[in-house]
Design a binder for this molecule. Structure first.
Ligand SMILES: NC(=O)c1ccc[n+]([C@@H]2O[C@H](COP(=O)([O-])OP(=O)(O)OC[C@H]3O[C@@H](n4cnc5c(N)ncnc54)[C@H](OP(=O)(O)O)[C@@H]3O)[C@@H](O)[C@H]2O)c1
Length: 239
C-alpha cells in the first residue's frame, strides 16, 4: 500500500496517536486525510477533513462511510483503556472496552470494506497493543479487547484479501499520550532506555518530523479521563 496519493481515514484523530497519524499521512503524500473524531470541532490538524465519527455509534459510522466514499486507507486507531479487572471490575466498563476495541473497530471495518473494494482495494491498519499478547490482571478488559481485535485482524485479513484489501495490525508497546498520562515522569521511557544503535557506515537517518509533531507534544488540551488509560509495561525489560 502506497501512502502517496492515498485517501486515508483515521479514527480518533483529534489527539494522541491518531492526530500524529493524520499529520504524518499528509506529510508523506496522502492526497486527503479524513480525521475522524467524536467531536470534529477538536480536530486541529491543518489540511485534514474533519469527520464526525463515533465508532460505537452505528449511525455515525454509516454516515462517515457515506461521506468518505473515496477512502483507500483506513486506520482504526480510536481506543480507550479503563483499567478494569475482569473478576471484580465494573461489567459496564468491560463491555465498553469490548464495544470500542472489538465491536467499534469491526463496525468501521465493515462499513469501509465496500468503499475500499469499490476503489479497487486498499488497506486497513488496526492499532492494537502489546497487551493483545501480554495479559495482566488489572487491565483485563483492555487486554481482552485488544486480544479479540488481534484475532479479528487476522480473520478480516483473510476475508478481505480476495477484494485486494490488505489488513494488518500495529502492536504498540508504549506511547506518551493522554492514555498513559497516569504514568509518573520517572517511569516513562527515555532515549537512554533504547537499545544502543548498531554502528553503521551510513550516516544516521534524518528525522522526518519536528519534535513537536510527536504524539505527546501534539496532544490537544482535551480533558483526560480515567476511561482513557493504557497500562504501562516495564520499559527497561520490554515484553
Ligand atoms: N498510549 C499508549 O501507550 C498505547 C499503547 C498501546 C496501544 N495504544 C493504542 O493506540 C491507540 C491510540 O491511543 P492514544 O494513546 O492516542 O490514546 P488517547 O490519546 O487517549 O486517544 C484516544 C483517541 O481515541 C478516541 N476515541 C475513544 N473512543 C472513541 C469512540 N468511541 N469513537 C471515536 N473515537 C474514540 C478519542 O476520542 P475523544 O477525544 O473523543 O475521547 C481519542 O481521539 C488506541 O487504540 C490505544 O489502545 C496506546
Amino acid at each position: 500500500m502506497e501512502i502517496r496519493d492515498s485517501v486515508a481515514i483515521v479514527t480518533g484523530a483529534n489527539r494522541g496517536l491518531g492526530r500524529h497519524f493524520s499529520t504524518q499521512l499528509l506529510e508523506r503524500g496522502a492526497a486527503k486525510v479524513y480525521a475522524g473524531a467524536r467531536d470534529p470541532k477538536h480536530v486541529d490538524v491543518p489540511g485534514v477533513v474533519p469527520l464526525q465519527l463515533d465508532i460505537t455509534d452505528p449511525a455515525s459510522v454509516a454516515r462517515a462511510a457515506e461521506t468518505a466514499r473515496d477512502a483507500t486507507l483506513l486506520v482504526n486507531n480510536a481506543g480507550i483503556s479503563t483499567h478494569t479487572r475482569l473478576t471484580d471490575g465494573d461489567l459496564d466498563q468491560i463491555r465498553l472496552e469490548m464495544e470500542t476495541g472489538f465491536f467499534g473497530t469491526l463496525a468501521v471495518t465493515r462499513a469501509f470494506a465496500p468503499v475500499l473494494a469499490a476503489g479497487g482495494g486498499g488497506a486497513i491498519l488496526n492499532v492494537l497493543s502489546v497487551l493483545a499478547w501480554a495479559h495482566f490482571p488489572d487491565y483485563g478488559a483492555y487486554c481482552s479487547a485488544k486480544a479479540a481485535a488481534w484475532a479479528q485482524t487476522n480473520v478480516v485479513r483473510q476475508e478481505l484479501a480476495p477484494q485486494g484489501i490488505e489488513v494488518t495490525a500495529l502492536h504498540v508497546g508504549y506511547m506518551d499520550t493522554d492514555m498513559s498520562d497516569y504514568v509518573a515522569q520517572g517511569e516513562k521511557p527515555t532515549q537512554r532506555s533504547s537499545p544502543p544503535r548498531r554502528s553503521t557506515a551510513s550516516p544516521p537517518a534524518r528525522r522526518r518530523s519536528s519534535p513537536t509533531s510527536s504524539p505527546r507534544a501534539s496532544s490537544s488540551s482535551s480533558p483526560r479521563s480515567r476511561r482513557s488509560r493504557e497500562p504501562t509495561i516495564n520499559v527497561r525489560r520490554p515484553i
